[in-house]
Design a protein around this ligand. Structure first.
Ligand SMILES: Cc1cc2nc3c(=O)[nH]c(=O)nc-3n(C[C@H](O)[C@H](O)[C@H](O)COP(=O)(O)OP(=O)(O)OC[C@H]3O[C@@H](n4cnc5c(N)ncnc54)[C@H](O)[C@@H]3O)c2cc1C
Length: 416
């Protein structure tokens, strides 16, 4: 897609605004959250930071203009993600998890559902949260696996049954961002992926239901202690007899797999990966240019260190370029969009982990503590290959399926 001048100007303005916000606001998150002993306390302490993101209009950026927001596509969202993640990966993830929670509604909701559920997320006040509840204890990599009738529990195990004019949801979920809400009774909106009806084929039975908070039948059974994203809250919870009217179904029963497949945007993880690498690169470059470690010259003058930094910078630019290409393909509706998005997710996330390890080697032993941000950023980056569709169980399978499809055109990714 040719980037028009107004779009380029909009992205430049947004980048400057988000970078300033990251420096002025997000750079202080860890000072507030790191001393707090529990994930719940850390999460709740981020609420004022989240409020400021909403007030800055960043949440409205995740809702397309056609639906009343300020969103202008994947390329602009990627600019926002890269800048905010470079400021603080946890609180940036708060914002993009709410975006993820809204995506099924934005993509598959009816006009009436948009009117009913979107209003709090279009305001520039408050701290509205949405969450997409897919992941389940026992795994979701095989959610498209048909039930073979062996009695083994396969695929998705959360169910929705009809009762009069309602759907009634029962099941267990885990690792779902914002599922607790700020106070433990759920987010403002939870989109729950489940199996509706007895059809053993998930292509006909997977459904997505809109559940507004507070959610009466939600019980938090455990707060997980993640390695990174220490101020983000990831619970395990059950949904028991959660009742919503039939009008809360997105699309039709059977649309669920398609909705899930298009909701976890791969290119966005490429942008987050670029953000985390940038934050770490700044720290390592500053160290290498200013610290002599008791020698005669700054560390960067040693060829081995200089080469490592050069290689890392090449990789960061490669991830940024690939992400830009993927986003441009998404925005223009190019046939190569899905493949490029998967590449951006896999390559970007694995590059981020590799880069963090290499930058820690540049800085040496002082990187192995939390007085510098590198160890924390590595902990954050380790999530990227695992979440939003794990690189092995979900993303590589998707790429494999594309390659094996007889109608696959490997160069549909080449833009004119
Ligand atoms: C910070 C963070 C935030 C998250 N936010 C959310 C959220 O908001 N909503 C949500 O629903 N989830 C969320 N999650 C959870 C996460 O997105 C998913 O649970 C995860 O992507 C599931 O992928 P998985 O591949 O590990 O699946 P699993 O089913 O747990 O599979 C585990 C492993 O088994 C192997 N495997 C299984 N089946 C196959 C197969 N058929 N082929 C090849 N390999 C296979 C693979 O090695 C795979 O990695 C979050 C997680 C984190 C860390």
């Amino acid at each position: 897609m040719t980037v028009t001048e107004p779009v380029r100007t909009e992205q430049k303005t947004l980048r400057a605004q988000a970078r300033e916000f990251a420096g002025d606001v997000l750079a202080h998150v860890r000072d507030v959250t790191d001393p707090l002993p529990t994930p719940t306390e850390r999460y709740r302490a981020t609420r004022p930071f989240y409020r400021q993101m909403v007030e800055a209009g960043f949440l409205r950026r995740l809702v397309p203009q056609a639906l009343g927001g300020d969103g202008t596509g994947a390329s602009t969202t990627a600019v926002l993600a890269e800048e905010l993640v470079a400021g603080d990966p946890s609180v940036a993830l708060h914002l993009f998890s709410t975006g993820l929670g809204l995506t099924p509604l934005l993509r598959a909701g009816s006009a009436a559902q948009h009117r009913q559920f979107l209003a709090p997320f279009l305001a520039t006040t408050g701290t509205p949260l949405a969450s997409l509840a897919l992941s389940e204890p026992g795994g979701t990599a095989n959610l498209d696996q048909p039930d073979p009738g062996t009695g083994l529990e396969v695929g998705l195990r959360t169910t929705a049954r009809r009762d009069g004019g309602d759907w009634v949801i029962d099941g267990e979920k885990h690792w779902v961002s914002h599922a607790t809400g700020w106070d433990g009774d759920g987010p403002d909106l939870m989109t729950v992926v489940c199996r509706a009806g007895a059809d053993p084929d998930p292509r006909r039975s997977t459904a997505v239901l809109l559940v507004p908070g507070p959610i009466g039948g939600l019980t938090v059974t455990e707060i997980l202690e993640p390695l990174g994203h220490r101020a983000h809250l990831l619970p395990r919870f059950s949904l028991a007899d959660v009742r919503v009217p039939s009008s809360h179904l997105l699309g039709e029963v059977g649309d669920g797999l398609g909705i899930v497949a298009t909701s976890f945007g791969g290119a966005l993880i490429g942008a987050c990966s670029a953000g985390v690498m940038r934050a770490a690169f700044d720290v390592a470059l500053q160290f290498a240019r200013t610290d002599r470690r008791g020698g005669l010259v700054p560390v960067v003058e040693h060829q081995g260190v200089g080469f490592q930094l050069a290689d890392v910078k090449t990789r960061i630019e490669a991830v940024r370029s690939l992400t830009r290409a993927a986003c441009a393909a998404v925005d223009s509706g190019s046939p190569g969009a899905e493949e490029l998005s998967v590449h951006a997710k896999i390559f970007g996330s694995e590059a981020a982990v590799q880069t963090l390890v290499e930058l820690m080697r540049v800085v040496g032993v002082d990187s192995y503590g939390h007085h510098l941000p590198l160890a924390g950023l590595l902990q954050d980056a380790l999530a990227y290959p695992l979440f939003s569709g794990g690189n092995t169980g979900f993303r590589r399978r998707r790429l494999h399926a594309l390659l094996a499809d007889p109608s696959y055109d490997p160069w549909s990714t080449v833009e004119d």
